[in-house]
Design a protein around this ligand. Sequence first.
Ligand SMILES: C[S@@+](CC[C@H](N)C(=O)[O-])C[C@H]1O[C@@H](n2cnc3c(N)ncnc32)[C@H](O)[C@@H]1O
Length: 238
Amino acid sequence: MSDYQQMTAEEYGVYYARFQGKEPGKIILDSKVNVRDRVVLDLCAGPGYVGAVAAGMGASQVYAADVVDFLDKRTRSVFVERSPLKLKWEYVDPDQALFYRHINNLPIDRSLERTFEVIFCRQAINYWFAKDRMQALARCMREDGVFVFNTFVTAPPASPLVKSYAIGERDYVEVAYTENGLVHHVQAVSGMKPHITSFRYIPLAEFESVLPSVFEDVTCILDERGSSATYICEGVKE
Ligand SMILES: C[S@@+](CC[C@H](N)C(=O)[O-])C[C@H]1O[C@@H](n2cnc3c(N)ncnc32)[C@H](O)[C@@H]1O
């Protein structure tokens, strides 16, 4: 659950300035997945930071999908112009996308079956992960495709955790806590109304019980602090 719907790409950049600094290319580099000449999907793309880096690294085509179309015309052209190869940036119309319909419990259309060679889903899997949705996503991948996502390892405490900081002219307060398996995250920024998101806490054991039934090879890499996990899922099982 989230209320990203009301937000522009520029506002997203202000709210989540702290996370923007965390190199959108890191998930690509950490996974060591080659994107050159491959068809890439940035799933739950937000304003599409990861897809933009993939385009810059030589992906032959980059698609972005999100429940919100952050990629207004202006933003889209910025990404295309920044790409050294002037690659095409496609917005996957949520109404047309098979996996999107699945992850949002809508009737299915099969237009994107066996399309993507590499899919990245950064900081968003906790909004939608479930076995049937994972299977729907896998049907949109080439058989030798790779799905890469990251997630947090430990749930925030039951008692709200507060983090305060400043970036540029703005003061920020973040509050995060877990209630009944849901993580609630409040982003308060001076000059803006608070942005609240809620998503499921998913223990790594749950990923590890579902992913091997969908993919041939599943690798998990923990960061240095053990707080974030990156999964690399290769080869779609029939
Ligand atoms: C924390 S943001 C991450 C955005 C981007 N991946 C990044 O790394 O900057 C989570 C994104 O997931 C999207 N999202 C949440 N639920 C979704 C759903 N059911 N279907 C598609 N996108 C969804 C939100 O709109 C939001 O853009």
